[in-house]
Design a protein around this ligand. Structure first.
Ligand code: BES
Ligand code: MN
Ligand code: ZN
Length: 503
């Protein structure tokens, strides 16, 4: 699909479908509605009246123009109440347009923008194209052809006021395409079945990505991980017949200038989490193919960085493994010392993510970054706390967390701060080791965070627990059922904003 702008006389607009977004109760305020209504001798307002369309969020009305206009169909899309509307909700408008395009098989779609202040045009354009790309996504590679619903959408024209021309608008489109592509890349990985997307397959994906985008890429096998003393990671891996892989990708900005900042991104890469000997019941195991969604997000960001041309250096680390049950699986009561030299008593083999992350974080600290960010489907507790659509953010201090949350809000992802109360640390203290890998039931998201904190030393650190929103149970607007690519947009927004603040 190709996205372009249209600045010309609106009467010259040609398309199979013209979408017009309207705020609730303000349908007739829209200039586009007025113009088209006049051209159709009041037909549009009669349809609106008959269908009792008022512009509630998600409400739509579709009208054929029967050759009376150079646009074949007109689609009105409700945006809900103006004072409840956030620019990022423009993605939902984009999704409604795609929905209609899917049903009507149209190829050329034109879209008016939500009637907001012109200062918002750039971001509105970005979110609109993002919404269209995200809603157009389907994971259909395993469906028989007759079950695929191909989207014939080829051209998307964003209809703009004539005074908004040129560069900033173009930038918004390319940013949307970069983010959209990255999110869909992450979704594909999370949706791939665990028998296909094994740790070594994930490593192949990472090296192919590195080749295409000219990233530096190191892949460590079990022997090299052993040499690196990543024994916490290896303990999780030892129950599986699939070999673990440790992935280290680096983005170096172009040019001779020394990068102003160095970031490390760590993604949880458990390609299937059975729980190990602390076996999950079937219902909880469903969806555990996506326990590598953090890794997928981090790789997706690496995919985007060269296209964004950021000037900071970014490392992506993934300790990829399965968590399986077998005669060689790690056991409850095992005491394991990893890369950081801290011993850990395993009290629950289902708290495997933090063990893999501990070694990856310790590896990351050695790279001497300015900041380290981990993203992980880490705890069921965060889903209990915040529900299935919101991610929890913890970190080394309030200001670092707040800066990250602000990026999440700008990117339109639901993020919320969670504490790391010092007093809970006693829950992960062990009589026989430096730490144990799980605490009690209450405060589970925070004790997981506190466990990780022990491995980041004094590097400013963000812990992003995406266990809830990483996977969607059912279709919603621009998020189809399955892997969501959650976190990608926030991470990109965060890195871009940190990059432009360089000293
Ligand atoms: N991968 C799970 C967390 C998870 C739960 C992700 C639900 C997505 C949806 C993680 O490895 C896990 O099993 N965590 C345990 C930790 C507990 C044993 C301390 C949990 O949350 O139950
Ligand atoms: Mn687990
Ligand atoms: Zn897990």
């Amino acid at each position: 699909m190709k996205s372009t702008f249209f600045w010309d006389d609106p009467d010259k607009l040609e398309a199979d479908l013209f979408a017009i977004p309207v705020f609730e109760g303000k349908v007739s305020d829209s200039k586009d509605v007025q113009r088209i209504d006049k051209q159709l001798d009041g037909l549009l307002s009669r349809v609106v009246e008959q269908e009792e369309f008022v512009g509630k969020a998600g409400e739509t009305v579709l009208l054929h123009t029967h050759g009376r206009l150079p646009v074949g169909r007109v689609l009105l899309v409700g945006l809900g109440k103006r004072d409840e509307f956030d620019v990022s909700d423009t993605r939902r408008y984009g999704a409604a347009v795609v929905d209609c395009a899917r049903r009507t098989h149209v190829k050329r779609v034109a879209t008016a923008l939500p009637p907001l202040d012109s200062s918002a045009t750039e971001r509105v354009s970005q979110f609109l194209v993002e919404g269209v790309l995200l809603a157009a996504y389907r994971y259909d590679r395993h469906l028989s052809p007759e079950r695929r619903q191909p989207l014939r959408l080829e051209q998307l024209q964003l209809v703009l006021a004539a005074d908004f021309r040129g560069n900033p608008a173009q930038l918004a489109l390319s940013r949307a395409e970069i983010v959209g592509e990255a999110v869909c890349f992450a979704r594909d990985l999370a949706n791939d079945p665990p028998g296909e997307l094994t740790p070594s397959k994930l490593a192949e994906v990472a090296s192919a990505l590195a080749r295409d985008e000219r990233l530096e890429c190191k892949v460590l096998g079990p022997k090299e991980c052993e040499r690196q003393k990543m024994r916490l990671f290896l303990a999780v891996a030892q129950g599986s017949v699939e070999e673990p892989r440790f992935l280290h990708l680096t983005y170096h900005p172009r040019g001779k200038e020394k990068p102003a900042q160095r970031f490390v991104l760590v993604g949880k890469g458990v390609t299937f989490d059975s729980g190990g000997l602390s076996l999950k019941p079937t219902a909880s195991m469903v969806g555990m193919k996506a326990d590598m969604a953090g890794a997928a997000a981090v790789l997706a960001v690496m995919n985007a960085l060269p296209k964004l041309g950021l000037r900071c250096e970014v490392h992506a680390l993934v300790a990829a493994t399965e968590n399986m049950i077998s005669g060689s699986a790690y056991k409850i009561g095992d005491i394991v010392t990893g890369l950081a030299g801290k011993s850990v008593e395993v009290v629950n083999t289902d708290a495997e993510g933090r063990l893999t992350l501990a070694d990856a974080l310790a590896y990351g600290v050695r790279l001497k970054p300015d900041e380290i960010i981990d993203i992980a489907t880490l705890t069921g507790a965060v889903v209990v706390a915040l529900g299935p659509h919101m991610a929890g953010v913890m970190g080394s201090d309030v200001s670092v967390v707040e800066r990250f949350l602000a990026a999440g809000r700008r990117a339109g992802e639901e993020v919320w701060p969670l504490p790391l109360p010092r007093r809970l640390h006693e829950q992960i203290e062990s009589p026989v080791a430096d730490l144990k890998n799980a605490g009690e039931r209450w405060g589970g998201a925070s004790t997981a965070g506190l466990f990780l904190k022990a491995f980041v030393e004094d590097v400013p650190w963000i812990h992003f627990d995406i266990a809830g929103p990483a996977f969607a149970e059912k279709d919603w607007s621009f998020i189809p059922q399955g892997g969501t690519g959650f976190g990608v947009a926030t991470l990109i927004e965060y890195l871009v904003s940190r990059d432009s603040l360089r000293s």
